[in-house]
Write a protein that binds this ligand. Structure first.
Ligand code: FES
Length: 146
């Protein structure tokens, strides 16, 4: 059965934004998807608590690439506080939806951002905000929380 992807998903899959590595990142996060085993790495450049640049790499499916691409666009130029509040649901909405069986792929982007922010706080020797803890929202979208 063919899956229906929105035009935005197809666009971000075909032309993903902010793909690559960052040598001088202030925070780096790598996470794996509990459902499929795919991996994502997120790099953040942060100045005065503003995310001035972001890059990502993924060994993931098309939906993971599209959601990560959209997530990077949503947090670029935002404060770290705003970025840590980004949810996978918000990313899915910004893409005009995902097929239900692919929603778990969007969790990868949210968790990679949180992991990178956690790394940023740890590098600065600051307490890690509870919002940066990965998968404490018990959303069951990814199956990782049981
Ligand atoms: Fe693994 Fe989509 S199937 S992230």
């Amino acid at each position: 059965m063919a899956m229906m992807y929105s035009e935005k998903v197809q666009d971000h899959f075909a032309n993903p934004r902010n793909v690559g590595k960052m040598e001088d990142a202030d925070g780096v996060g790598q996470v794996g998807n509990a459902v499929c085993g795919d991996i994502m790495k997120m790099y953040l450049k942060i100045e005065d608590d503003i995310i001035v640049d972001v890059k990502f790499n993924t060994f993931g499916c098309g939906a993971a690439i599209a959601t990560s691409s959209m997530a990077t666009e949503l947090i670029k130029g935002k404060s770290v506080t705003e970025a840590m509040q980004l949810t996978n649901q918000a990313v899915v909405e910004a893409l005009d939806g995902l097929p239900a069986v692919k929603v778990h792929c969007s969790v990868l982007a949210e968790e990679a951002i949180k992991a990178a922010l956690k790394d940023y706080y740890e590098r600065k020797g600051l307490p890690v905000p509870p919002e940066c803890q990965i998968c404490d929202h018990d959303c069951h979208a990814c199956g990782g929380c049981g």
